[in-house]
Design a protein around this ligand. Structure first.
Ligand code: DUT
Ligand code: MG
Length: 241
C-alpha cells in the first residue's frame, strides 16, 4: 500500500498568552514519507509546531490536516495512535527494558521486541545489562545513559510503527560511538514514514529531505542543506557561526 501521512498546516497562528503570538500564519505541506528537519534559535517556535500537531494545544487561527482530515475532527486517541512522539526527555518508566520497549504495543512478542531493538542498535547494550531485556529500570532511567535511553525510545517508536514520527532531538552530548548508533537508528526510523525532527545534530539535518528554518514563529527558509547554505541567510548564519 502507498505510504500515508501527509501533514498540512494552513495559515496556523497560535499564542500561549493573548497578545504574544508564537506562530504567525504558518503554512506548509509535508509529503507522505518525507523527513523534515525543523531548525532555528531557541524560542523560535519549533516545539510549538509539534505540540499543535499532537493537539497538546489547538491553534487560534488556521487548521492542521493529516491525510486531508482536520485533526480536530478525530479523537485524540486515534490521532496520537498515528504518531510516535519522542520528546527531548526520553520517557522511561519503572519496569523491565522489554516493558519499556513494548509500551505502545503491549501485546508485542519478545521476538518483535528484540527485532525492534536490533534495528535501532539497542540490542547490544541491552544484552550487556545483568538481566538483558528483563533488567529492571526506573523512571529516572538511572541505569541507563542518555544515549541508551534514546535508543530504547527509538525501539519503542519502531515497534509501534506509527505513520508519523515526531522527534525533538536531545541536545545532550553523547559519546562518538553512541552518536553513530543514534544516527543510524534515526535513518532506519524515518525510512518510509513521514517524520518531523527538531534537529540539533548536523548529521540529522543533512539527511533530511527538507529543512524548515523557524524564526520568530514563521518559516523563513526552506530547502535542503546545500540549497540553504547557498542562500547565505538564516540557515547559513546558524551553521557557519
Ligand atoms: N512558550 C510559552 N509557553 C509554553 C511554551 C513556550 O510561552 O508553554 C513560548 C516560549 C517561546 C515561544 O513560546 O517564546 C516558542 O517556544 P518553543 O518551545 O516552541 O520554542 P523552540 O523553538 O522549541 O525553542 P527551543 O529550541 O529552546 O526548544
Ligand atoms: Mg523546543
Amino acid at each position: 500500500p502507498p505510504i500515508k501521512g501527509e501533514i498540512r498546516f494552513e495559515n496556523v497562528s497560535f499564542s500561549y498568552e493573548e497578545g504574544k503570538p508564537v506562530l504567525k500564519d504558518v503554512s506548509f505541506t509535508i509529503k507522505p514519507g518525507e523527513t523534515i528537519a525543523l531548525v532555528g534559535e531557541t524560542g523560535a517556535g519549533k516545539t510549538t509546531i509539534i505540540s499543535l500537531l499532537a493537539r497538546f494545544y489547538d491553534p487560534q487561527m488556521g487548521r492542521i490536516l493529516i491525510d486531508g482530515h482536520d485533526i480536530r475532527n478525530v479523537t485524540l486517541k486515534s490521532l496520537r495512535k498515528q504518531m510516535g512522539i519522542m520528546l527531548q526527555d526520553t520517557f522511561i518508566f519503572s519496569g523491565t527494558v522489554a516493558d519499556n520497549i513494548r509500551y505502545a504495543k503491549p501485546d508485542a512478542t519478545m521476538d518483535e521486541v528484540i527485532k525492534a531493538a536490533k534495528t535501532v542498535n539497542a540490542h547490544e547494550f541491552i544484552m550487556k545489562m545483568e538481566n538483558g531485556y528483563d533488567t529492571e529500570v526506573n523512571e529516572r532511567g538511572s541505569r541507563l545513559s542518555i544515549g541508551q535511553r534514546q535508543l530504547i525510545a527509538f525501539a519503542r517508536a519502531l515497534l509501534a510503527d506509527p505513520k508519523i514520527l515526531i522527534l525533538d532531538e536531545a541536545t545532550s552530548a553523547v559519546d562518538t560511538q553512541t552518536e553513530v548508533l543514534i544516527q543510524e537508528a534515526i535513518e532506519k526510523l524515518t525510512k518510509d514514514r513521514t517524520s518531523i525532527i527538531i534537529a540539533h545534530r548536523l548529521s540529522t539535518i543533512r539527511n533530511a529531505d527538507r529543512i524548515f528554518v523557524i524564526h520568530n514563529g514563521q518559516i523563513v527558509e526552506e530547502g535542503n542543506h546545500q540549497q540553504l547554505l547557498e542562500k547565505r541567510g538564516f540557515y547559513y548564519n546558524l551553521y557557519t557561526s
